[in-house]
Design a protein around this ligand. Sequence first.
Ligand SMILES: *Cc1c(COP(=O)(O)O)cnc(C)c1O
Length: 413
Amino acid sequence: MGVNPFEKRCRDTLEAIRQEGLHRQLRRVEAVDGVRIRVDGRWLLNFASNDYLGLANHPLVRERAVQAVREYGGGAGASRLISGSLGIQHELEEALSHWKGVEAVTVFNSGYAAATGTLSAILGKNDVVVLDKLSHSCLVEGARSSGATLRVFRHNDMENLEKILQWSQQKLAEEANSGMTLIVTESIFSMDGDAAPLADLVELKQRYGAVLMLDEAHATGLYGVRGSGMIEHQGFTQAVDVQMGTLGKALGASGGYIAGSPLLRELLINRAKSMIFSTAPVPASAGAALGALQVIATEGASLRAQLTRRIKSWTDHISTLLPTGVTTFAAIQPVLVGREEAAMRMAQALKDEGFFVPAVRYPTVARGTARLRVTLSAQHSIDEVDRLASTLGKLISIRDQDSGIIGFPDELP
Ligand SMILES: *Cc1c(COP(=O)(O)O)cnc(C)c1O
């Protein structure tokens, strides 16, 4: 019996991944009940979801999704450019425009598709795209496939960004072929929950005549009087040219959006491949997102206040527990562990205690900076948040003594 070379290749690659402690598996979530999920027959408290306001299970969000299915069906049947641009998607785009305070919004199948489609649509080979080092995979992928010259600035380092902008300005002036510089970053970073210095970014982009694209995946729904994001909160709606976000996190639905000008929307419709060549989003996702916007308009402020109280309780608890202290007041609370295996063992120990907290490893974060990524939701009770913090506290001291490889930053080899 000959060995199938393709199977062998798959096996060898997986073995190499395992050797590095980076093997991943899907966990089958058998049932969901708010912040509780059942995995392997056990109910766990879920501290891993990005459903920060608990909207995915809100009665109105569910109802609007079902209603959309009744009215429009299970699927859209075609790409938006063919016959899939259903009324409900346009209704959603209008509602999002109003919420964001912009003139035009374009909805995509996911945030990922919004990023890749948009970056390739707006950039060409004469352009320069400058990304924050910790930018999400979809931004990197979109920038790479756009054909533009790609540069990376150190995370949130405005001096470093300015140097690159000076270089880019000179390069574009020398070439004189109508290239532009696009700065790409996130308002709240996905793994550490820290914020970008928005005012400085806007000042730099204006000074160097660059264009700014901001990914609000972890800010949408959570900041500002209307809750539309950090751009609204800090008053930069007019200054950020390309506002991107997802409907899949705090909005509890699914899909991605790009907010900006009507011309940007027209360009995307004509050039964003992830929209042109892909079946339009399902009616249910648009229905759910419309429901979420309705909930946010009425209950958003109180849900955000509820979330803030949970974050405060968590940060009060862990500020003395972690060598790094509190690094952010966002719903994403990183617990830096260090080594990949140590992070995996911590996650397993928490699971044994009834908490689902994911370990995040390379390539999602840099090697040797594996961490637990705790996400808090308005739907957790304060008691549940406190119990996770004290359980974590116990684990840290136990592991410290018996293995010495917990790998907190000051203990790394
Ligand atoms: C999750 C995420 C995305 C992708 O959004 P999806 O709708 O889940 O595809 C994009 N950017 C950031 C920063 C994210 O965290």
